[in-house]
Each structure stands twice: as C-alpha cells, then as structure tokens.
Write a protein that binds this ligand. Structure first.
Ligand SMILES: Cc1cc2nc3c(=O)[nH]c(=O)nc-3n(C[C@H](O)[C@H](O)[C@H](O)COP(=O)(O)OP(=O)(O)OC[C@H]3O[C@@H](n4cnc5c(N)ncnc54)[C@H](O)[C@@H]3O)c2cc1C
Length: 421
C-alpha cells in the first residue's frame, strides 16, 4: 500500500482519476481514530490518502455564522478558532482532539452535546467532494438553507468514504453561549444517576450534555475524579457520576443550576459539586474524553457495544449496578457502562484478561445478558467495536432491500469500485 499526503483538491482529483484508470483501490484516513476501535477487516487498499496536510481553516465568518475548513482539520482546532471569534461549533465527539472534520463527516460523529445541539450532520452546510471518477462536486452552500427538497449534503454525511473523498466543508456556527456551567453529581448508583438525568429532562431544561458514568468508569481514573471532589464510596458499593453541562444566557444558566441542585437533592446520597474554576471544568471534560482510551489501555482484549434506547429506560436496573464482585477489581477484566443520558446512547465496555478465561467468559456473558435485556426494552444495538467485538453477537443489519439500494447508490457514484470505505 502506498501512502500519499495530498495537499489540494486538484491533487486528489488527479490521483483518483489515475487510480480509476489503473483499477487501483483507494482508502482515506483523517485522524485515524476509528481504526483504534474498529480494526480494519478485508484487503488493504492500493493507495491510502492521508489528509493531514489539508488542515487549513480557510475562514471564520462571524456575520454569516459559518466556517470553511479543509477536511484534514482537527475538530478541536475548528472549535478553538470559532471560540476565538465569540462563536461556537458544538459537535463534540470525544475523539475531537485527534479526529478530523472529514472523518467526523464520514462517520456522522456525535458527542455529549448532541442532546441540545445535534451532531456533525446538523452543522454541515456544504461539502466539497471528489468523486471516484476524479470529478469535483460541491453540495449545499454557505447558507443555512440551500435546498428546498432532496439534500445531497445530508445524504453524504455518514457515508464513510463510499462515495468519494471529502476535501472541505462549510460548517455552521452559533454565537458562543454567554454562560456555561459544569456540574458534577456524585450518586449512589447507576439507577440514581439515570433518575436525576430523567428528572432534569422532565423539568423542561435542555442541558448541553448529560453524561452518566458507572463505578467501573470511575475506577480507571479514580484519583483524578477524587481530586475533583467526587467522593470515594468504596470499591464494592455501586456508584455513578452525572456530568452536566448547562449553557445559555447567564440568568437562565443560574436558574437551571439551582433547579439541578434541587432535583439532585431529592435523591438520597447525592452530592452536587459545581465546578467553578476553568481548570476544574476542563479537567472534568478531559476525564470524560479520556475514558475510552483509558479503558482500552487497561485491557488488550476488549469489546464495546453501542446501543440506543429511549432515555427513560436507562434507569431500569439492567444491572450496571450489580456486576459480579470479581469484575469490580482493578484487574483488566471489567465491565463498564457509560451513556449520553439525555439521548439514551449507551456504551457497554468489556475488557478481558486473556490469562483469566473464566472471568472473561463471565464478563462477556454479563454484557450479553445486559444487551438482551436492553433489546427486550426496545433498544437498538447500533455497533460493536474492539478486537473481541464478535463475542458480543451480531449487529442489527438494515433490511436487505435497503442494503441493495445502498449498494446501487454506491455503484452509481463508484462504478469501478475504487473506494474502500
Ligand atoms: C477514543 C475515541 C473516542 C471516540 N469518540 C467518539 C464519539 O464520541 N462520537 C463518535 O461519533 N465517534 C467517536 N469515535 C470514533 C471516531 O473518532 C469518529 O468516528 C471520528 O469522527 C473519526 O474521525 P477521524 O478523523 O479520526 O477519521 P478516521 O478514523 O481517519 O477515518 C474514519 C472513517 O472516515 C473516513 N474518512 C476520513 N476522512 C475522510 C475524508 N476526508 N473523506 C472521506 N472519508 C473520510 C475513513 O475512510 C474512515 O472510513 C471515537 C474514537 C476513539 C478512538
């Protein structure tokens, strides 16, 4: 496989034209974060486009509330550039410090702030794409509304590299919220955390983010959570943390903050910490972002299921509070749950110590039971990740009639099968 680092859209167009003529296959990489959780399967491509040189933020247009960025721009860089102009780019996949705008678009990435703002798909106004034939197309425009009917931009977001190479995007921005507050709620169980999250939603507030982490997530960074003020409740007791971000005009944030405190106080054993120092706030969100890398680093053999359920079912005791005691140790075998509690997007992580086969089997069986219970409650298993992902069972495939039409769409963009998604 030959790795190339194109610097311009024209270069990509020429490379694709030549690949198509030679019958060569092409793959694209941005920040390469997806391959950390989804190991590649199948044959390698002949050519790999590394987009890291196409990392320019071409403009931030304050009056038009938009940014233009090349596809290889790191997501956090777009956020920082927007903030410097008093603007806000909300999509926040937890890989944002290393993933790219092109990769976020290809994966339709979302993150904690999906609850209030939506994900990448909701913030892409237009795309520049080079099709496998080498043809350069633009979709959408630099306006909030650019089509009255069928929306090609939204069709392309989330399509991987199936239909071509994204080289640049026009991104929608918002005015930066006047006030922001992070509240760390320490609770005696997963169910208690989910109950507070639900009470917040029912109260009519829409926090920017509501992140629920169970005991086993806290264990991987225990000292850091404790240094933020989260109490140490003891290794065998159940526990959870609900990390809440509120934003908006200052007066409204203050009112919501008081309301969250009241709602949490109704839960026995809740401790509400308002993080006031900017350093504490960034440490708390950094801890949330590094959770998955820490879990992965702790267990060489791991798998994770991504499931979605209506938020009020998150509080049904599907047993995050009651894993077998052997799994609560700090060893590599562990089961950990974390959720975007406001949207019901749930991650079930299982790390396995290959030397302790019995514990590993027990952990996998536990996660499979949890998944079955979630399915019985109407959840969708969206995806499985990690080297051991096959142990968690099959992902739900779309209906075959739908798959056939998608394959037909792919052939119409890429009749020679150049792109490896
Ligand atoms: C620690 C960690 C946390 C994560 N957290 C989240 C999360 O919160 N939310 C979430 O949605 N995902 C998350 N992910 C998954 C992944 O980070 C995201 O999907 C991210 O959007 C991928 O961006 P990337 O730049 O790293 O792309 P890559 O990993 O390099 O590529 C991902 C896919 O996008 C395609 N692609 C990349 N660039 C282009 C382009 N310019 N044109 C066409 N196709 C392209 C690639 O071919 C590949 O199929 C996480 C991953 C890790 C490792």
């Amino acid at each position: 496989m030959q790795v190339v680092q194109p610097a311009t859209t024209q270069e990509i167009a020429e490379l694709l034209r030549s690949a198509q003529a030679k019958g060569a296959s092409v793959a694209v990489r941005g920040g390469r974060t997806l391959e950390q959780i989804l190991p590649a399967e199948g044959a390698a491509s002949d050519l790999l486009f590394d987009m890291s040189r196409m990392n320019r933020i071409e403009s931030i247009e304050k009056g038009n509330l938009l940014a233009r960025a090349e596809a290889g721009t790191i997501t956090a860089a777009v956020q920082a550039a927007a903030e410097a102009e008093g603007l806000f780019y909300p999509p926040d996949p937890t890989s944002l410090e290393t993933s790219t705008i092109g990769g976020n678009i290809a994966c339709s990435a979302t993150g904690p702030r999906q609850l209030k703002y939506g994900g990448t798909r909701d913030f892409v106004l237009g795309l520049e794409v080079v099709l496998p034939s080498g043809e350069h197309i633009r979709t959408g425009a630099d306006m909030q509304k650019s089509v009255a009917g069928y929306d090609m931009t939204r069709f392309l977001v989330g399509s991987g590299a199936r239909f071509g190479v994204v080289t640049g995007a026009v991104l929608r921005l918002l005015p930066k919220p006047q006030g922001r507050r992070t509240i760390l709620c320490s609770l005696p169980s997963w169910t208690a955390g989910a109950a507070v999250a639900l009470a917040v939603l029912k109260s009519g507030m829409t926090p920017a983010a509501l992140e629920l982490l169970d005991l086993h997530c806290l264990e991987v960074d225990r000292e850091a959570w404790t240094s933020l003020g989260a109490p140490w409740r003891g290794a065998v007791g159940a526990e959870s943390v609900l990390l809440i971000e509120l934003d908006g005009v200052e007066a409204s944030v203050n009112r919501q903050h008081a309301q969250v405190e009241r709602l949490s106080a109704d839960t026995a054993g809740a401790l509400v910490l308002s993080l006031t120092e900017p350093d504490e706030v960034s440490r708390a969100w950094e801890l949330r972002r590094r959770l998955l890398p820490r879990l992965m680093a702790g267990s060489p053999t791991w798998a994770m299921a991504l499931a979605a359920i209506v938020p009020d079912k998150l509080l049904l005791p599907f047993s995050s509070d009651e894993p077998p005691v052997s799994l609560i140790s700090n060893g590599p075998t562990r089961v950990a749950c974390f959720a975007h509690a406001g949207t019901g997007v749930l991650h079930l992580f299982v790390g396995i110590d290959p030397a302790k086969e019995r514990d590993g089997d027990e952990a996998i069986a536990l996660v499979r039971r949890m998944l079955q219970r979630l399915r019985d409650l109407g959840a969708k298993l969206l995806r499985t990740y990690g080297p051991a992902r096959r142990l968690l069972g099959e992902e739900e495939a779309p209906a075959s009639a739908l798959m056939e039409r998608l394959a037909a769409a792919q052939r119409s963009f890429d009749p020679k099968g150049v792109m490896i998604p």
